[in-house]
Ligand binder design. Sequence first.
Ligand SMILES: [Zn+2]
Ligand SMILES: [Zn+2]
Length: 188
Amino acid sequence: MNVAIKQFIDENNCLPGQVFSFNANTKTITYVPEELENSDGSLALLHEIAHMRLGHYSYNYDVELLGLEHEAWEETRRLAHEYNIEVDEDHITECLESYDKWLDKRATCPKCGEYSLQKDRSTFGCFACDCHWKVNERKDREVRKRIISKIQDAGDKTQTIIKSQNTKQLVPCVLSLVASINSAIHYL
Ligand SMILES: [Zn+2]
Ligand SMILES: [Zn+2]
């Protein structure tokens, strides 16, 4: 393992785990120890460090989240230079593309397939057919959409649950940010 990275882990709130993630509420980074032996793993850790250093804390809409991811990768490139770690641009592109795909799935109307407008953090509405749906928050789980009526309570058990067609849509970085609106913690 890169000496500077080892030092960073020792000196900061870093815990071994199953995924690379940053929890803004506890200011904790989780990393996958065995992946730190390869440069993409080291880059993934630098990416979480970037989120922490940039003070990424909250967002309301998916496009803002995508903006934070772009910013974090920009800072990752800078840190990689500082830590003397090779930057795999293809890997960065893949990571950003997986975020794009995840966001596309959430925003695609489950009834007519149109690309739609996000109403709030977990609700979307379609321009074309007026369908409204809620999405799950977890980024390390497949996308689930639940069709709701606009006036219906989100807790109604009779709503249709639609799972995305693909079996799994993992995003490389799991950001746990605090929702700005009600300051509840969302594990994404
Ligand atoms: Zn629609
Ligand atoms: Zn990220």
